[in-house]
Design a protein around this ligand. Structure first.
Ligand code: 5GP
Ligand code: ZN
Length: 114
């Protein structure tokens, strides 16, 4: 974990957040600037900088993030669907350099990038 990383500090409890889920590998909390009625950030409890840094050594954290996403989506009532996004690097619009998955839903999402 990194002392200079916002999400490492949220995971450790150093910076407060509205946590919705936590286990050994994953921490999930509500985005401070929500883009939909449900906007949760699902974050591995290891300092992986971005999707570009996923490897055989740390990919269990990513798998656990997706297991958590399924549970959180069900708990948040997103049975009708949702979107999972990860921004990667400067051109991808990533602003916090600790891998995270945006879980967005609670409304019919109309913006389609792909
Ligand atoms: P990115 O732009 O890196 O894909 O996403 C970073 C996200 O972190 C943004 O949606 C932003 O609103 C959120 N964020 C930034 N600072 C904080 C914070 O201190 N607390 C929480 N809960 N979310 C934050
Ligand atoms: Zn970090």
């Amino acid at each position: 974990m990194s002392e200079n990383c916002l999400f490492c500090r949220i995971i450790s409890g150093d910076i407060p957040s509205d946590k919705v889920y936590e286990d050994e590998y994953v921490c999930a909390f509500r985005d401070i600037n929500p883009q939909a009625p449900v906007h949760v950030l699902v974050v591995p409890k290891a300092h992986i900088a971005s999707a570009a840094d996923v490897s055989a050594e740390n990919s269990l954290y990513v798998a656990r993030c997706f297991e958590a996403i399924a549970k959180i989506a069900a708990a948040e009532g997103l049975g009708n669907g949702y979107r999972v996004i990860t921004n990667c690097g400067e051109d991808g619009g990533q602003s916090v350099m600790h891998l995270h998955f945006h879980l967005i839903g609670g409304v019919k999402l109309s913006e389609k990038i792909i």
